[in-house]
Design a binder for this molecule. Structure first.
Ligand code: FAD
Ligand code: DLZ
Ligand code: SF4
Length: 508
C-alpha cells in the first residue's frame, strides 16, 4: 500500500507527526507552493518569500535524508493551485491508499481537509500537531467551566507541568511574574545589538525573483530579504538572542524607539511558527542562561511567559473557541481600516513609524502591534474583520491560530473579555512614556483638544463615551468612568466632535 505525506508551509519540522507515520522506503512526501494558500489573504511579499524559501530548503533536507519528495513549485505550469487539487492529482495518478497530514494550524484548512477522505475515496489521516506544549485535551480540561480564561493562571499550570523556573514546587525567586521590572523606556546611551541577517543563497534568490514576478500586487517590501530559511540559520538567531539580547529583554520589553525595529526581542516567532525551531528548545536555552548567571530572572521569566504562556494559551483558546470566535464583535465596531495602515502616510508619527517597519520587515515588535497599531484600531472602532485581515497578511509570523486571539481578544476586546479583563486602551501619554515618537510628531501629545492635539487623546475619551454601555458592568473600568464622569457635558461634546472630525478627515 502506497502512502502519501503532505507537509504544509508551516510544518517544517523533522519530528513532524505525519513524517513519523510514513514508511521512508516506500512512501512519498508532497510539498506544494499553491495559489490558494499564498493568496487567501494577500500575504506580505516577504512572508511569501520566507515560506517558499524555507519550504524548498526543508524539501532538500528531506531528500538528503533519503525521503522521496515531490515538490511543486509555484510557477510550474502543471501547478493545480490548491493543496486538495495537488493531492487529488497524485492520488488519481499513482493510487495512493493512504494520505497522512499533520493537522493544519488554521480552522479554515482543517475543515477543508476533513472533507478530503470522502472526496478522494482514499483514507486521509489527520494527525495531531505535537509541536506545541499544551494539547487540546490539556487546554480544554483547564478551560472547562471557567468563566474567565486568564493567561496568568494557564501559564502557572504550564510552569508546573514542565517544571520550568520551578524549585520544590514553587516558582524560582518566589514570584510568578516580574513584569513590574519590565517597563523601562530605552535610555539614549544604550546600544542595541545588531539583528541577525542572512545573505540569500541561490534557492532564496530564485524565490525572491518568483515573488517579485507573481506577487507584485501584494503589500510590503520584498527586499532586502534577510530572514533565516533553514533550521541551522534559525538556531543562530536563537543563540544570538540568548547571548546578546536576552539579558535586556525584560527591562526593555515594552520600549519603542524611532528607527530601531528589532530592539532586544528574540525575532524567533517566524521560525517557531513554521517549525524551524521548537518552543521547548527556546525555553530551555533561556532557563539555562539564568541558571548559569548569564541573564537575570526578570528577563528570563518574561521570555518564558511569552513562549510557554502566551503562545500556548492563544493557540488553546483558538481551537477551544473556533469557529464562533472569528465572528465576535462585542463593541459592534464598524469603521473601515484607514488607508495609512497600508501607505504609512499620516501625520501621526507613531503610526507612520509602526507601519513603516511592518512594510519594510514584515515585522513589528509586540508593543508596536499592541499599543500603537492595535490601540488605534480599538479606539477608532475599526471592524474586526478588516483588522484581522490586515494583521494576518502583514506579518511573516502570522497564522490565524496566533493572529486571531491577539487581534479579536487582545487588541479589540471584540470577544467581550474572554482573553483580557479590560481593553488595552491608552491615550497619547502612554506612547510618550514608552517611546521617543512624540518629539518628532506633528501633533502635541500634551494637548487634549485643538488642531494640534494628539488624536489618541480625544480618541481615547471618545471611545469610553461611545462604549459606556458595554463597560457598565466591568469593575476594572469603574475608576476610569469616574474620571470621565467628572468631565462636563460640553467637554464631552467637544471630545466627540474632535474625534468625529478626525475620522472624517482620514476617510473612515
Ligand atoms: P519576543 O518579544 O521576543 O517574544 C518571544 C516569543 O513569544 C515570540 O516569538 C512569540 O512566539 C511568543 N509571543 C510573545 N507574545 C505573544 C503573544 N501575544 N501571542 C503569542 N505568542 C507570543 N505573534 C505571532 O507569532 N504571530 C502573529 O500573527 C501575531 N500577531 C499579533 C497581533 C497583535 C495585535 C499582537 C498584539 C500580537 C501579535 N503577536 C503575534 C504576538 C507578538 O507580538 C509576536 O509574537 C512578537 O512580536 C514576535 O516577535 P519576537 O519573536 O521578537 O517576540
Ligand atoms: C502561509 C503559506 C503560504 C504563503 N503559502 C503556502 C503554500 O504555498 N503551501 C503550503 O503548504 N503552505 C503555505 N502557507 C502556509 C499555510 O497557509 C498554512 O499551513 C495554513 O495556513 C495552516 O496554518
Ligand atoms: Fe503618536 Fe500622539 Fe505621540 Fe504623535 S503625539 S507620536 S500621534 S502619541
Amino acid at each position: 500500500s502506497k502512502q502519501l505525506c503532505l507537509i504544509l508551509g508551516d510544518q517544517l519540522s523533522h519530528n513532524l507527526s505525519s513524517l513519523a507515520c510514513l514508511d521512508k522506503d516506500t512512501g512519498v512526501v508532497l510539498m506544494a507552493e499553491v495559489k490558494n494558500e499564498a493568496t487567501y489573504v494577500k500575504h506580505h511579499k516577504k512572508k511569501v518569500a520566507f515560506i517558499f524559501s524555507a519550504m524548498r530548503h526543508f524539501a532538500y533536507e528531506l531528500s538528503a535524508q533519503g525521503y522521496k519528495v515531490l515538490y511543486r513549485k509555484y510557477d510550474d505550469p502543471k501547478n493545480k493551485g490548491s493543496l486538495f487539487e495537488e493531492v487529488k492529482n497524485l492520488c488519481s495518478k499513482d493510487n495512493y491508499s493512504q494520505v497522512f497530514v499533520t493537522q493544519p494550524g488554521e480552522y479554515r484548512l482543517l475543515s477543508d481537509m476533513q472533507t478530503w477522505q470522502q472526496k478522494l475515496d482514499t483514507s486521509v489521516t489527520l494527525l495531531p500537531d505535537e509541536r506545541f506544549l499544551a494539547d487540546a485535551e490539556f487546554f480544554n480540561a483547564w478551560a472547562k467551566g471557567k468563566k474567565q480564561l486568564r493567561m496568568e493562571f494557564f501559564y502557572r499550570e504550564m510552569r508546573k507541568k514542565y517544571g520550568i523556573l520551578m524549585e520544590n514546587g514553587q516558582p524560582v525567586g518566589g514570584k510568578w511574574n516580574y513584569d513590574a521590572q519590565n517597563r523601562k523606556k530605552l535610555p539614549k546611551e544604550i546600544p542595541v545589538p545588531a539583528q541577525d541577517t542572512f545573505e540569500p543563497d541561490e534557492i532564496t534568490e530564485q524565490v525572491v525573483a518568483l515573488v517579485a514576478e507573481h506577487f507584485d500586487d501584494h503589500f510590503g517590501d520584498l527586499e532586502p530579504f534577510q530572514f533565516a530559511v533553514t533550521r541551522e540559520q534559525a538556531c543562530k538567531v536563537l543563540d544570538n538572542f540568548i547571548e546578546h539580547r536576552l539579558p535586556e529583554f525584560g527591562t526593555y520589553q515594552d520600549a519603542m524607539k524611532q528607527g530601531e525595529d528589532w530592539l532586544f526581542h528574540s525575532h524567533i516567532s517566524f521560525y517557531l511558527n513554521v517549525g524551524l525551531l521548537s518552543p521547548m528548545e527556546a525555553i530551555e536555552a533561556a532557563e539555562h542562561a539564568w541558571r548559569i548567571g548569564a541573564a537575570p530572572l526578570n528577563a528570563v521569566e518574561g521570555f518564558v511567559r511569552q513562549v510557554l504562556g502566551w503562545r500556548e494559551y492563544v493557540r488553546g483558546l483558538y481551537w477551544y473557541l473556533m469557529p464562533e470566535y472569528k465572528d465576535k464583535n462585542f463593541l459592534a465596531a464598524k469603521r473601515a481600516l484607514p488607508d495609512f495602515y497600508w501607505s504609512g502616510e499620516t501625520k501621526m508619527n507613531c503610526m507612520a513609524e509602526c507601519v513603516r517597519t511592518t512594510k519594510q520587515n514584515a515585522y513589528a515588535h509586540h508593543i508596536q502591534r499592541l499599543m500603537v497599531l492595535g490601540n488605534f484600531a480599538l479606539l477608532a472602532g475599526l471592524h474586526p474583520d478588516e483588522v484581522n485581515e490586515w494583521y494576518l497578511l502583514v506579518y511573516a509570523d502570522a497564522f490565524e491560530w496566533v493572529e486571531l486571539p491577539n487581534v479579536t481578544g487582545m487588541i479589540l476586546f471584540a470577544d467581550g473579555g474572554t482573553l483580557a479583563s479590560k481593553p488595552y486602551a491608552a491615550s497619547g501619554s502612554y506612547i510618550n512614556k514608552m517611546s521617543d515618537y512624540c518629539k518628532g510628531c506633528h501633533y502635541k501629545v500634551q494637548q487634549k483638544l485643538g488642531e494640534q492635539a494628539c488624536p489618541f487623546n480625544y480618541m481615547y475619551w471618545n471611545f469610553l463615551i461611545e462604549n459606556q454601555a458595554s463597560f457598565a458592568k466591568n469593575p476594572r473600568m469603574s475608576m476610569i468612568y469616574n474620571t470621565l464622569g467628572k468631565k462636563s457635558d460640553s467637554e464631552k461634546r467637544d471630545i466627540q466632535q474632535h474625534a468625529h472630525q478626525f475620522f472624517q478627515d482620514i476617510g473612515i
